[in-house]
Design a protein around this ligand. Structure first.
Ligand code: M6R
Length: 614
């Protein structure tokens, strides 16, 4: 979503703020802005620009503003179109206060009306501007700065993280968090504030993750932390190791390409990490062995790609652990009836651990006293803190908006966990658990080798050919259906080519009417002989209507290969790991299609990484 960055300290703030914004620009890139208090006369200085951060940087050539207290923002628009007026920082009437904000103020209409009635003049369509005007009026009506902040936060509904500068307190930054991530890095006579620790990874490893519904008054060498009633809280300082160097492109043209190539190692690290947990796994899971054995029902929740990982994992839990498993879109979950079930386990899947839809589903499930585990890539995330237990993937920081290595490590972790549960329940023995781990490593190997096999033909021949398609159809069956969904999402997200996915058996119930020779049909095969035969029949239906098939199949699947126009072949592997083996080639193929179309691959239009608004 949006990112907010702040600095207060012994140095000028702009270099850190701009560097932090560039590191977090993947969270939103509709506009960018910076504000600081002038060291000379305490005036509010600011600059804003539509679009990418570089447009903001250019403005500093003409107006090199800076100060010891500065805040910055990159925006993913929710309220109001991307424009200079709607870019953050937002101000009060007199420009004595500036605000940068991530999240949504749900009661902003009401507040805006009240403020306009008493004479405040608004200049933007944003919900954020209401914070500035409200703070302006509360600073007048309150005796102390702190009591004005308490009143301010108690007027605001919604999920938000915001930073405020006020002329009235030129040494203090106001830092507020309600349900959106925010952290403070503690330096030597300087404080760094950001939506993500990555922003200050090489500056300090001492971090305070603001508790939910808290605010801090931050000076260069002191942090006063309070809850929303004004009660002082003791800041919990954690040591966090984040390596910014590993998060750079390292010679790759795009983060997405780098992250595609990192998958084999990421899967290895994830499997080895989970394996090494040994008995400590129960502390991570927040479950005893007995509780794990007793699980009779599993629910998997996630959004987007994480949801697809859940759809694949349903087959793991049902086939390997023999536990009925339901997969839910986290964004829909809260609006359905909640059925309390004994011995149910809810696994919330989220790369970032911050996705608002998944987080709200987690909170609802927690309130129903059901067992929750967060499966995430970020140990310091809100979901890890709020779920009863957690399982961590070891993908490393994922920067490209399109998820790649996070997805494959989620699938690997869920495959491993299904076997671990089956072992706990005495469904499989220890040797079988070890064999499953080896199978995952083999799948990771195949994922990478297949990219090597096809990279030249994809880049030189296939991507240029298929980049001309206006739309595409994706088909799969059983566990190959969710990988078809994931492939289609990747294509839509980074190439903007329209794609529609169907379970192959549904074709004849309507979508067959869409088949023509201009719309490629991506067909994902399955190793199971019965499912394979059904897929052959579906491919024949497509060919009989003049369709064009791009096939992802396994060696020896001759009937299917004979029907295809373009074929990607994979060595046979454990049937449920077929999607994992195919993942690299799928991503590499759609990456090159998007490259042919000259799309901004790491930052596709209208999107942002880490969707922290519902
Ligand atoms: O951080 P999360 O895994 O919770 O994010 C969920 C989705 O927003 C995310 O997977 C999204 O669909 C990806 N950009 C797809 O590539």
């Amino acid at each position: 979503m949006c990112s907010v960055i702040g600095y207060v300290g012994k140095n000028m703030s702009r270099p850190f703020v701009m560097e932090g914004l560039s590191r977090l620009e993947y969270r939103g890139y509709d506009s960018a802005g910076f504000a600081c208090l002038s060291p000379q006369d305490n005036q509010m200085l600011y600059a804003k620009a539509i679009g990418r951060l570089e447009n903001l940087t250019e403005q500093f050539n003409q107006h090199p503003i800076d100060g010891f207290l500065g805040i910055g923002h990159t925006r993913w628009s929710t309220h109001g179109v991307p424009s200079a007026e709607n870019a953050h920082p937002q101000f009060d009437c007199q420009k004595t206060i500036s605000i940068v904000h991530n999240g949504i103020i749900e009661n902003h209409h009401e507040l805006r009306e009240q403020l306009q009635d008493v004479g405040h003049v608004f200049h933007s369509q944003t919900d954020t501007e209401t914070i500035a005007h409200l703070f302006e009026s509360l600073l007048i009506s309150h005796n102390t700065f702190k009591s004005a902040v308490i009143d301010l936060v108690n007027h605001l509904d919604g999920a938000y993280a915001f930073l405020a500068l006020a002329q009235q307190r030129s040494d203090t930054m106001v830092v507020v968090r309600r349900r959106s991530p925010l952290c403070i890095g503690i330096g030597d006579a300087e404080m760094f504030v950001a939506s993500d620790v990555l922003a200050f990874a090489d500056k300090t490893n001492k971090v305070i993750f603001l508790p939910d519904e808290s605010f801090a008054l931050v000076k260069k060498d002191i942090i006063e932390l309070y809850d929303f009633t004004g009660k002082p809280l003791v800041p919990q300082v954690q040591e966090v190791q984040v390596n910014w160097h590993n998060s750079q492109k390292q010679g790759f043209e795009h983060y997405m390409l780098k992250e595609i190539y990192e998958q084999k190692n990421a899967i290895y690290s994830t499997v080895k990490f989970l394996q090494a947990l040994d008995e400590t796994i129960f502390d991570h899971l927040g479950l005893s062995l007995e509780e794990l054995k007793n699980v009779e029902r599993i629910h998997l929740l996630g959004c987007g790609t994480s949801w697809h990982a859940g759809l694949i994992a349903k087959f793991f839990f049902e086939q390997i652990c023999l536990i009925p498993t339901t997969v839910h879109l986290a964004s829909e979950f809260r609006y359905n009836h909640f059925f309390a079930e004994p011995n149910a386990l809810y696994i919330l899947i989220s790369q970032s651990g911050e996705t608002a839809d998944t987080l709200e589903a987690l909170r609802l499930i927690n309130s129903m006293n059901a067992k929750t585990i967060a499966l995430t890539n970020v140990a310091s995330s809100t979901m890890v803190r709020e779920a009863e237990g957690f399982l961590l993937t070891q993908a490393g920081h994922e920067i490209a908006v399109a998820s790649t290595k996070a997805f494959s490590t989620q699938v690997a972790a869920l495959y491993w966990f299904a076997h671990f549960m089956a072992y706990a329940k005495h469904i499989i023995n220890h040797q079988q658990l070890i064999a499953a781990q080896d199978d995952l490593l083999i799948a990771a190997e195949l994922l990478e080798n297949s990219i090597e096999n096809y990279k030249t033909v994809i880049a030189q021949e296939l991507a240029p050919r298929y980049a001309c398609s206006k739309k595409a159809i994706f088909l799969g069956r059983h566990v190959s259906y969710p990988i078809a969904q994931e492939a289609a999402l990747k294509l839509k997200e980074i190439s903007y080519i329209f794609a529609q996915t169907y379970p192959a058996g549904e074709l004849k119930h309507g979508p067959l009417a869409l088949i023509d020779n201009e719309t490629p049909v991506f067909l994902f095969s399955h190793i199971d002989p019965l499912i394979y035969q059904k897929l052959v029949a579906n491919a024949q239906e497509v060919k009989a209507r003049g369709g064009h098939i791009i096939l992802f199949a396994f060696e020896g699947q001759r009937e299917l290969i004979a029907l295809a126009d373009t074929v990607f072949l994979f060595p046979k592997i454990k049937p449920l790991l077929g999607p994992l083996a195919m993942t690299g080639v799928i991503q590499f193929f759609v990456y090159h299609i998007a490259k042919e179309l000259d799309r901004p691959i790491d930052k596709p239009r209208n999107l942002a990484k880490s969707v922290t608004v519902e």
